[in-house]
Design a protein around this ligand. Structure first.
Ligand SMILES: *Cc1c(COP(=O)(O)O)cnc(C)c1O
Length: 420
């Protein structure tokens, strides 16, 4: 396994000190299992590399918004990066602080802006001129000034999957680099906005440092221009996006990544500025697995299928991005492996979790779908009226249920039939 929180003991997969087989027995499947130790170690890797610098780690809530996961980070003093007022409510419920939260996202509604201003978020990462106007109006109606940073699109190629690349001219995110200076002047002229920073977020599952350095160079050039226009930029937010090992990727080590960016900022003469990070996947991705049970084996001439009780509604990434997740047995069998497509019960050909996997399995066996901590449960749905999975957090020898498995009746509790 790529993360030592999940490892085998006598042929049985464990999460820290707890057997995954016993977790499945106790809580049922499909089951998301997170490791507190793994969450702690990735966060510490960021925080330790920031030590001695005015740098803040903001956990990207959308990658995994379970309250227990957010609380583990909040206890360590993390900031948060949210993309909706729903995520703000989660941060507050998990013990996070609004004044350490930045609000990102391309389509914030006036109601969301109001909630966030009233709660006192640290900064709005604004993505367009109309959004600046809207925020200025909302702030005015509350008699407040909203702290803003513009998300600038540096037009660099993050060399990642097109659906998760966000820093190119051709996608919907951010203010175009060529318009940014003028947009800052407009923001500065709005009486209820307070220009405080600049930000970018160039994509996700990025496995090289160079796209970040390219983006930083463009951002820092811009900061110099903006300051010569009479504004002061207190913080530079480099976004998230650092990749993890799903298969054979070799992303930079978290500490090396942070140190390289901070050193670059220093070298460019901007060492006095506060630096914000917004990691999601690299904090939580390898801190979680999805446990599932094999229902049926279906041999075929062209393909053989292992039909499991988890599906695309539980883990959407394979269906959505053709993403690869390692799939391993929970209890190793001493038997020859066969090649299977691991698929769920949902009525879609796109409902697969892994293709052409060599597995020695029998019906009833448990499998672990690895690296499922990021964009896993949060993207799950009730398609096919499937209740969403339970979530468990392991901490040493203990396991706690941190989200109950949904009940079918809950799924249609808000629905009603016509009276006549
Ligand atoms: C999604 C997102 C992140 C986190 O991205 P990861 O690839 O999970 O690190 C950070 N900032 C913004 C603005 C985002 O939209």
């Amino acid at each position: 396994m790529s993360d030592s929180a999940f490892h085998y003991v006598d042929g049985v997969l464990h999460a820290e000190g707890v057997s995954a087989a016993s977790l499945a027995q106790q809580f049922g499947t499909p089951l998301y299992v997170y490791s507190r130790d793994a969450l702690t170690r990735t966060y510490r890797a960021y925080a330790d590399a920031c030590a001695g610098r005015r740098a803040v780690v903001h956990v990207a809530v959308k990658a995994n918004s379970n309250l227990a996961v957010l609380n583990v980070f909040a206890r360590m003093g993390a900031g948060f990066d949210i993309v909706s007022s729903g995520e703000l409510a989660r941060v507050l419920a998990a013990g996070g602080k609004a004044e350490n939260t930045v609000f990102s996202g391309v389509g914030k509604s006036a109601a969301e802006m109001r909630e966030a201003l009233e709660a006192g978020v640290k900064c709005f990462n604004v993505e367009s001129i109309p959004e600046l106007h809207a925020l200025n109006e909302v702030a005015k109606s509350l008699g407040k000034r909203a702290p803003v940073s513009l998300r600038v699109n540096p037009d660099v190629d993050a060399k990642t999957h097109p659906y998760i690349s966000t820093g190119l001219k051709s996608n919907k995110f951010g203010v175009a680099f060529s318009d940014a200076r003028a947009t800052y002047r407009e923001a500065h002229a709005m009486p209820n906005l307070d220009v405080v920073g600049i930000d970018c977020h160039i994509g996700s599952q990025i496995t090289e440092i160079s796209p970040y350095l390219d983006a930083l160079d463009k951002l820092l050039d811009l900061v110099e221009q903006i300051e010569s226009d009479g504004m002061s930029i207190r913080h530079v937010d480099v976004g998230g996006g650092l990749g993890i090992t799903y298969d054979d990727e070799t992303p930079p080590d978290i500490g090396d990544f942070v140190r390289a960016l901070l050193a670059h900022i220093e070298k460019r003469g901007h060492g006095q500025r506060e630096v914000y990070f917004e990691p999601g996947r690299s904090l939580v991705g390898n801190a979680g697995v999805l446990l599932t049970r094999v229902e049926y084996l279906k041999p075929g001439e062209e393909k053989s299928f292992a039909i499991v009780d988890a599906a695309m509604n539980d883990l959407a990434r394979p269906a959505m991005y053709e993403a690869f997740h390692r799939i391993v047995p929970v209890v190793k069998r001493d038997a020859p492996a066969h090649t299977y497509d691991v698929v769920g019960p949902v009525c879609e050909s796109g409902d697969w979790l892994g293709r052409d996997r060599d597995l020695a399995v029998e019906p009833g066996d448990l499998l672990a779908i690895c690296s499922a901590g990021a964009y896993g449960f949060v993207m799950s749905s009730n398609y096919n009226t499937r209740p969403r999975a339970a979530e468990v957090m392991v901490d040493g020898e203990r396991a706690r249920l941190v989200r109950q498995r949904e009940d079918v009746r809950q799924l249609f509790a808000g629905e009603s039939i016509l009276p006549d």
